[in-house]
Design a protein around this ligand. Structure first.
Ligand code: FES
Length: 140
């Protein structure tokens, strides 16, 4: 047996990591963090309004945004970073968004979860049509 007992164990206190809660606080890694998918932090031009049909939706993968239009012509936009573990959703089936990581599904017209494991809805983004183009993101 060694003559010296182990010294006291160090306890590592984990400080609050300032986890973003709800809203748009998803882009946590700062500029240049290309590997962390994020939703827009400013208005982005998504292209022709005519690409989003009434009663349908379009997924803009490059911006992590989905835009849908109801039968009255009103637009809705949601960020498409999965609320389960932060993967970028890359598939739209009709008006259902499908996350590639663990299979969560969301309604692109309401942002609501339609299939777990996600439990929280997608973050809604401001959206408007301007000069025949769709603009979405905070401040739009
Ligand atoms: Fe989307 Fe887990 S990150 S289902």
């Amino acid at each position: 047996m060694p003559g010296r007992p182990p010294t006291s164990r160090r306890t590592i206190l984990r400080g609050a990591a300032l986890t973003p809660v709800a809203g748009f606080g998803i882009a946590a890694c700062g500029p240049g963090g290309a590997s962390t998918p994020a939703t827009p932090t400013a208005p982005v031009d998504l292209g022709a309004e005519s690409e989003v049909p009434e009663g349908g939706a379009k997924l803009y993968r490059d911006h992590n945004v989905v835009v849908s239009r109801d039968t009255n012509g009103a637009l809705k936009a949601y960020g498409t970073i999965c609320t389960h573990a932060g993967c970028a959703i890359n598939k739209l089936r009709g008006t259902t968004l499908v996350c590639p990581c663990h299979g969560s599904e969301f309604d692109a017209t309401t942002g609501k979860v339609v299939r777990s494991p996600a439990t929280e809805p997608l973050a809604e983004l401001p959206v408007r049509a301007e000069g025949g183009k769709i603009v979405a993101g905070p401040g739009a």
